[in-house]
Design a protein around this ligand. Sequence first.
Ligand SMILES: [Mg+2]
Length: 266
Amino acid sequence: MTTLPPSARGLILDMDGVLWADSHALIDLPATFDRFRERNLKVTLATNNGTRTVEQYLEKLAGFGVTVEPWQVVTSALAVAELLARRFAPGTPIFAIGGEGVMQALRAKGFMLLSVEEAPQAEAVVFGIDRAITFQKMVEATLLVRAGKPFYATNPDKTFPTPRGQIPGAGAWLSVITTASEVQPVIAGKPQTAMLELALERLGTPREATWVIGDRLETDIAGGQALGCPTALVLTGVSTRAQGEAWTPRIDLIADSLWELVKPET
Ligand SMILES: [Mg+2]
């Protein structure tokens, strides 16, 4: 049996490799979300990809015929902003490298975002993937980190999937700063637990009844296990069944797809 047990109350779902690959759906998404409602499962969508805003994810889901509310989407950019907000007052000057997802999340917490010229005044450094990365941005971030300023990052993914193949992900760019500074950042995304904790808080479901579901062992499954939740690996993305079966600690369920986990009994 590869369906979720009746005790399941909440789901924390990865998106890429679980719901879709790039622009095509991996399963019948409207039917799957209908099943969540029928089974009274509360759902959050949690992604290490912090480049997009919550609104952009809602639009993408709507394009696949699925309506979710803004609270249901959690990104590593939101989680990194949450981590900073617990430590720094609004108005604190931050030097952030990242896309609109990161910038909007930090602005929403009231932080002052510095330009590359103003970077030396920063009280903390935030790193997310940035398609407009420059040598100077990396220089300023490295100097700040080497000077001991608190250092945060959205996610450690080494690569990012595209239709042409894997391209450098946040972790690959991050390695420039960690190599040059010999300092590791505080990471919000999976397999660290800050983003997953935020998703769990929003669901309000008991930890032991909240399933973390994803396609990548070393981020989704490792993160769910670190959070203390049951986990399910789906085989529509990166990791294979053989890799899943060899993983320790044991994964609670391995299924061909997310649909297989919730489909009606026949
Ligand atoms: Mg994935």
